[in-house]
Ligand binder design. Structure first.
Ligand SMILES: [Zn+2]
Length: 135
């Protein structure tokens, strides 16, 4: 699949920090409860740290206590791409940025969180950059 933003591995390595590269381009996972946005309640829009595409909003962020920023819905369903992930002996749904294909995290559903969708987009802080609302 072709993405709107395509870069070589070398370019990504040059533009991202080693920790960002590991998660965004190698589908790594940041340690639980360490990410900078885990408990953030600031109003604003979370963009992709790799390409800047708007992905999630603070209005859909909720406290899941799972150790990573959690959202019950993306900003637009077309902003993210969902792929089956069979690594680590599990079947999970990987969430990627639809614009550049960078790894964001995974989405889980049916866990019983009291949210409108019963879905939990479990996203690495390091994959995101919060643009606080003006004012
Ligand atoms: Zn992106």
């Amino acid at each position: 699949m072709a993405y709107e933003v395509e870069k070589t591995d070398e370019q990504w390595r040059a533009e991202l920090s080693p920790a960002e590269y590991e998660v965004l381009r190698r589908a790594g996972t940041e340690p639980a409860f360490r990410g900078e946005y885990t408990d953030t309640k600031t109003a604003g829009v979370y963009g992709c740290r790799a390409c800047g595409a708007e992905l999630f909003r603070s209005t859909e962020k909720f406290e899941s206590h799972c150790g990573w920023p959690s959202f019950f819905d993306p900003k637009d369903s077309s902003a993210v791409e969902l792929l089956e992930d069979r690594t680590h002996g599990m079947v999970r749904t990987e969430v990627r940025c639809a614009r550049c294909g960078s790894h964001l995290g995974h989405v889980f559903e049916g866990e019983g969180y009291p949210t409108p969708t019963d879905q939990r987009y479990c996203i690495n802080s390091i994959s995101l950059r919060l643009e606080p609302e003006a004012g």
